[in-house]
Design a protein around this ligand. Structure first.
Ligand code: HEC
Length: 95
């Protein structure tokens, strides 16, 4: 069986255009109200364009469990959804 390498590649969750697109849709539905449309204009909330790109775990924890006045999303979004949001944040908006 030579599908081990294939399974490993899946585990790495490479951002791909589909995932980024899914993240952008989820963002518009759930996050834009506070973080601003297309991540611009976050007013009081965190400016996600400035979120450190090397802190994936922090992103996942904050989004899943919430942080201060930021509501937790773990009950509504799947880990896959949160991964798609991360892909979108990392890819950024090309304005
Ligand atoms: C009700 C308003 C609101 C919504 C909706 C919201 N956020 Fe937030 N978010 C905040 C606020 C306020 C903060 C700043 C929290 C703090 O550090 O005190 C924040 C902080 C964050 C942070 C930074 C956390 C950290 O570790 O410093 C991330 C990442 C984040 N939000 C992602 C998201 C994502 C992704 C969504 C959509 C699923 C979302 N937020 C929806 C209000 C919101």
């Amino acid at each position: 069986m030579s599908n081990m390498a294939f399974a490993d590649a899946e585990d790495m969750v490479q951002p791909n255009p589909e995932q980024i697109k899914k993240g952008a849709t989820l963002y518009a539905q759930h996050c834009a109200a506070c973080h601003g449309p297309r991540m611009a204009d976050p007013e009081g909330a965190f400016d996600l364009r400035k979120f450190p790109r090397d802190q994936h775990d922090r992103f996942t924890t904050s989004v899943t469990k919430g942080k201060n006045s930021m509501p937790p999303w773990g009950g509504l979004l799947t880990p896959d959804d949160v991964g798609a949001l991360w892909a979108y944040v990392v890819a950024g908006e090309k304005n």
